[in-house]
Ligand binder design. Structure first.
Ligand SMILES: Cc1cc2nc3c(=O)[nH]c(=O)nc-3n(C[C@H](O)[C@H](O)[C@H](O)COP(=O)(O)O)c2cc1C
Length: 262
């Protein structure tokens, strides 16, 4: 599937088939995609703890966030806890040297000296200041987004779950203090129809983006929009006809009656 179609067709899938296991190689492909994402300074703080429900202890399952509609954790054959290892920032200078050796940084003839005298002291001097929430979270978002698209391509459904107590979940999962839990992700085969009710609402384009000045909205060209509709990236907005009936059916089929639906 083309990238544009994948972007347009991917949805957060909350209804998963609990009995259908997810092949480990598919999870690996997701992780490979996350690893290849761009990471600031090539530091690579993004990590993931993959939890296979049928192999996990009840303690681990109980540690996972129970969001509104906690049924999502209950249905998912695999849960991925995405987190950051902030201590990776301590090796920032070495990552720069690797980038240089790989030909990724455009220094001149005396490149090693230039690197050691310019960027390395800056990166090394930043200390723990770079471990706070900020750029590392962006690494996380980029990696998770790539993994999400690969999961979709593999026929899997995913949904991210936040928690009000990320540090508590981190500790219960046995992750060290240097780590920061970003989000957990449920993974499995969708029980929903592929369009999952249609494109979920988004803020108006001009409200989100500006061009050449904060007070100048980026004007949306209708021809571009039409082209993206033809490509399958921009799709019909939710709810598509029959979605309410589908939700009722899913609730019954998955024995979710009485549980909240987010
Ligand atoms: C960082 C992040 C955290 C999220 N946390 C939750 C959550 O706790 N529970 C949930 O059901 N969905 C969660 N979502 C999914 C969003 O609610 C979802 O993206 C939104 O409903 C739009 O749907 P779509 O992803 O299909 O476009 C989260 C998404 C992101 C990016």
């Amino acid at each position: 599937m083309e990238l544009r179609q994948a972007i347009g067709n991917r949805r957060s899938i909350r209804f998963l088939l609990p009995h259908k296991p997810v092949e480990r190689e598919k999870i690996q492909r997701m992780l490979e995609a996350a690893r290849l994402a761009s990471h600031w300074g090539n530091i690579g703080t993004l990590r993931a703890l993959v939890i296979e429900r049928d192999k996990a202890s009840q303690d681990v399952i109980d540690a996972l966030p129970s969001p509104v509609g906690g049924y999502q954790i209950r249905l998912a054959p695999v849960i991925i806890a995405w987190y950051l290892e902030t201590d990776a920032c301590d090796e920032a200078a070495d990552r720069l040297r690797e980038l240089l050796a790989a030909g990724a940084i455009g220094y001149g003839d005396n490149k090693r000296k230039e690197l050691e005298e310019t960027l390395v002291p800056i990166f090394a001097g930043m200390g723990d200041a770079v471990k706070v929430p900020g750029l590392n979270e962006i690494d996380g978002g980029q990696g998770i987004a790539q993994a999400t698209l690969v999961a979709f391509e593999e026929g899997l459904g995913t949904c991210l779950l936040g928690t009000a107590d990320p540090d508590g979940v981190r500790r219960k999962l046995g992750l060290p203090d240097s780590c920061r839990l970003l989000v957990t992700m449920t993974v499995g085969y969708p029980a929903e129809s592929p369009e999952a009710g249609g494109q979920r609402p988004r803020r108006p384009f001009e409200e989100l983006f500006q061009l050449n000045g904060y007070d100048k909205p980026f004007e949306r060209d209708p021809e571009v929009v039409e082209g993206l509709k033809e490509d399958g990236m921009i799709q019909a907005e939710a709810p598509l006809p029959g979605r309410e009936e589908e939700l009722l059916y899913l609730r019954k089929a998955l024995d979710l009656t009485g549980e909240g639906l987010l």
